[in-house]
Design a protein. Structure first.
Length: 182
């Protein structure tokens, strides 16, 4: 079925509107209720799956499924990275680029996916709505996250890579984007 994927991750500025209007908890790295200076357009991170889900509902959207995320990232021609088959450090924010922190969601436009979604490889991982099976012997409610982050190697940013996190995780490397059904 058809859907619209947000071009960008939800930013700190976007999330601040949600916090202000709903009274939701702010991410722990905001100091005294304020976004760190210069990070307004960075992806909001350290948000749990439930908080991301609440944000999506608040704006009339939802989190993407694992399959939707992958289609938006790799297109229908099975790309290894959103832009093609070969890694290119100028197209994504991963460990090999040496940046070492998040960047604004509009940076690195050459790394756009076939559907013009930005940072589907690197910068911040993305929560999906898809439940993941817990590793053997581990308790927890897990969700699939996709896309790799600024602190991950390029191999983690391939469009086929799936990772898992517990839904109550607050990772400085994980944000989210939303989708809307047609």
């Amino acid at each position: 079925p058809g859907f619209y994927m947000d071009v960008y991750h939800v930013t700190n500025a976007d999330y601040a509107k949600f916090v202000e209007e709903t009274g939701a908890a702010q991410p722990p790295y905001w100091v005294e209720g304020k976004i760190p200076e210069g990070q307004e357009e960075w992806p909001v991170v350290q948000v749990t799956w439930d908080e991301a889900e609440a944000y999506a509902a608040w704006c009339g959207k939802r989190l993407p499924t694992d399959v939707e995320w992958e289609k938006a990232a790799r297109g229908i021609d099975g790309r290894v990275y959103p832009w093609g088959a070969e890694f290119d450090p100028e197209r994504c924010n991963v460990e090999e680029t040496g940046i070492g922190h998040l960047v604004a969601v509009t940076e690195m436009p050459k790394g756009a996916s076939p559907y013009q979604c930005m940072h589907m490889a690197g910068n911040a991982r993305s929560w999906t709505a898809t439940v993941a099976q817990a590793p053997s012997g581990v308790l927890g409610d897990f969700r699939i996250v996709r896309g790799g982050s600024f602190g991950d190697p390029a191999s983690s940013a391939r469009t086929s890579v799936r990772e898992i996190m517990t839904r109550d995780s607050r990772s400085r490397r994980c944000g989210f984007r939303c989708v809307q059904d047609l």
